[in-house]
Design a protein around this ligand. Sequence first.
Ligand code: ADP
Ligand code: MG
Length: 576
Amino acid sequence: MSIKVLPPDLAAKIAAGEVVERPASVVKELVENSIDAGSSQITVEIKAGGVEQIKVIDDGHGIPTEEIAIAFQRHATSKIDSQEQLDAIATLGFRGEALPSIAAVSRTVIITRQPLYPGGCRLELLWGEQVSSGSQGCPLGTSMEVLDLFGNLPARRKFLKSASAETSRIQELVNRYALVFPGIRFQLLVDGKVSFTSPGNGLHREALLAVYGPQAATAMLEVHGEDPDSGYQVDGFAGAPSLTRANRTYMTFFINRRWVQSRMLSFAVEEAYSGLLQMKRYPMAALNINIPYDEVDVNSHPSKREVRFREENRVFSTVQRAVRAVLVADSPVPNLAPPPDSDYPAAVAPSFFPRSAFGDVRNGAGMPEYQGGFRGGPSDAAAPRQDAPPLKVVGQLKLTYIVAEGPGGMFLVDQHAAHERVLFDRIRQKTSEREPQSQPLLEPVSVELSPSQGDTLKSHEESLQDYGFQFEPFGDGSYLLRAVPAICGAGDSAKSLLDVLDMTAFEGLVRQKEDVTAASIACHGAIRAGKSLTEQEMAALLEQLEATPNPHTCPHGRPTMVHFSSTHMEREFGRR
Ligand code: ADP
Ligand code: MG
């Protein structure tokens, strides 16, 4: 075949294929247009999985009568008009491709009215060609109706799933937008019946409730995080570790409230849960990340599903830290062999409840609270501590774990993690009382730092000094070390400093700078795996651990203990 330029209708069909893959992609583009139009109410009606009909009605600012036909031309947009704007896109749409693409593969009817116009107008197109236009009375806003989708592309239609499968994609999509735009009232009608409504009152918590129902919504924690250097912000919800799913589809991400798909972001969330979930289980999350518009390239995918970041690592760590922080703040004792989701017998229910997010919802949800004594965490700080029966030491396993008996079954405690938690709290408390536990060296020691160790030292200088290190510059990347924190012991002091610096540089899990330094010192000073402990030492450690406000995780957020419930053991041994 010789080389020819494709006829326009064929070129349009090919281009449409990129934007309009399936009914849900049409809904996405239309809903995004309605959001960009400043709507406060968006109704989506679908029939037969969207193939027969998709109708999106909004109360946004509408399209002026004289521009309505232009809107269906390729690359026609009111959202950007210069290169500068392309570099910092604040609207969901900007490519000017959705309407022509949708129109090319359907019968499309648009009815729209702007505030200053007395009446509205109507335009109808078939397979991209205008078939009629005229004025029509209508409320303010826009109604876009898409009929007989892919009627002229039978091959594409064959690739669609069943009507119910296409419907559930659309439901999922509307749900996701309802989560991130709680100020918009969304309604979805499937084959004439209302299938979803969001309140649109601006409250995230209520949008969450509408989408996930009371049970899952109750077990979701509110996430707010900010990277102080870049100002990147993460907001939204992450599920308690008890609320797991068998795949990754329950993690939803928005960048500047644009729904995106990103392996990197799911990975950041999964990292935040490390040590808290079983193998092959995935968390639930709905997070919006706000980034300056010019630091994200949204123009890298025809349906704008994927984006590129100028500083991907920073986005990753901002998300991972924000999620980790809420998990650490409210962490339960992980339970080995938890029963199926949302079905906890009282004796093994994790004591995992959001602190503030769902105060009024949680009681109605009927999730039993962990009744055992060994619990704590900042959520309990205001409440009187429960009179916890102490864990009774049974023995030491692999010179690493303390086996103990406690409320509701057996606990395996990681001796290093537990000691880290104890030391961390001791260090943090000492400085809050302005009493650093410092141990002067008999002879000052000169320590040579690598350039990156030097950077870490400079950026954490204040907290290092606060926690008992005393040093001064000694020229050429060297420092003179005069004192170390008391818990570092009498060992090699120079090595203590180097270890702590390396750990501090590596540590990304706890939020504040002081905490990072304190966690590193605690880690350095804590007993290691492999050390044999006497029964008294183990009992003392458990007692100290229990006295800390957050005994269930080490300062890095890893669990200090896991719980084998009596119920689980009885089941395993066929006793119940
Ligand atoms: P884009 O969203 O990339 O600008 P579209 O093809 O989706 O391109 O839409 C073209 C233009 O039509 C938009 O820029 C906007 O001006 C107008 N438009 C589309 N849908 C609506 C709507 N629901 N309300 C108001 N204006 C709309
Ligand atoms: Mg658009």
